[in-house]
Write a protein that binds this ligand. Structure first.
Ligand SMILES: [Zn+2]
Length: 226
C-alpha cells in the first residue's frame, strides 16, 4: 500500500493527468525558515478558502493537534504490530469454540525449547532490571484473574491427581524434610525461634491469644487489688 498519510492517500486516488506540482516558495536558508514559510502558506491558503490536506497549522513538530481517545487507541493497536486487532468475547471468531487436541499438541511441539535460558528476553534480569520490578497488581486486577479460574473455570476442576502423578511428586520430594502442616511449620520456624511474621495466620492468631490472656490477667490483677 505504501505510505499512509492524507497526502499520499489523496495522490493515489487522484487521476494522474490532474495532479501537478507547483512550487510556492523556495527557502534555502534554514529549516526553521522553511517551517515558518509552511505555517504562513497554510494560513494564507486557508484564509482564501482553499481545501487543504494539512490538518495541523504546519511547521516542524506537532502543532496543536490533540488526538482523540479513538485515535490514541487506533495508534496503540497499530503499534502492537498486529495486522488484526484483538477481538474479545463474541467478536472473536474462536468464541465458544476450543482448539482440537491435535492442534494444541502441534503448537506445544512448535514452542518446545523456545524462550529457554538465554533466549528468554528476561534472562538474567533481576531486581530493578526486570520489567515487572516494582509492579504490583491492583486488587481489582487480581480479582478478575481469580474469577477466570474459579470453580468449573479452573483447568483442574473435577479432576483428581492420578496415582502416576502422585508417585512422581512423591519421588521428586523424597528426602526433603518438610513440616507436616502449616501449623507445624509455624511452630518450628516462628514460635520456637521467637519470630513473629504478620503474614503468617498462626502468628496473628497466637499474638491475639497472648494479648487477650494478658488483658484478662491485668483485669484480674486489678480486681484483686480492689
Ligand atoms: Zn507463624
Amino acid at each position: 500500500m505504501g505510505v499512509r498519510n492524507p497526502f499520499y492517500d489523496w495522490l493515489r486516488k487522484a487521476p494522474d493527468e490532474l495532479v501537478y506540482v507547483q512550487s510556492l516558495q523556495v527557502v534555502t536558508t534554514t529549516l526553521q525558515d522553511l517551517s515558518d514559510a509552511e505555517i504562513d502558506w497554510i494560513a494564507k491558503m486557508r484564509a482564501r478558502g482553499d481545501r487543504l490536506l494539512n490538518i495541523s497549522d504546519g511547521g516542524l513538530g506537532p502543532t496543536g493537534i490533540a488526538w482523540t481517545e479513538e485515535q490514541r487507541e487506533a495508534a496503540r493497536l497499530r503499534a502492537t504490530g498486529r495486522s488484526i486487532p484483538p477481538r474479545f468475547g463474541a467478536d472473536n471468531p474462536m468464541f465458544g469454540q476450543t482448539h482440537s487436541a491435535e492442534q494444541k499438541a502441534r503448537w506445544s511441539e512448535a514452542r518446545k525449547g523456545t524462550h529457554l535460558g538465554a533466549e528468554n528476553p528476561n534472562f538474567g534480569k533481576f531486581g530493578a532490571a526486570h520489567p515487572s520490578f516494582g509492579h504490583s497488581m491492583s486488587d481489582e486486577a487480581k480479582l478478575i484473574l481469580a474469577e477466570q479460574r474459579r470453580g468449573s473455570l479452573n483447568p483442574n476442576f473435577g479432576k483428581t491427581t492420578s496415582a502416576e502423578t502422585i508417585a512422581k511428586l512423591s519421588a521428586a520430594t523424597k528426602g526433603i524434610p518438610r513440616p507436616k502442616s502449616k501449623r507445624n511449620a509455624h511452630t518450628r520456624w516462628h514460635t520456637n525461634k521467637g519470630v513473629l511474621k504478620p503474614e503468617c495466620k498462626y502468628c496473628v492468631e497466637d499474638s491475639t491469644q497472648i494479648s487477650t490472656i494478658s488483658i484478662n490477667d491485668a483485669t484480674q490483677e486489678g480486681l484483686t487489688h480492689d
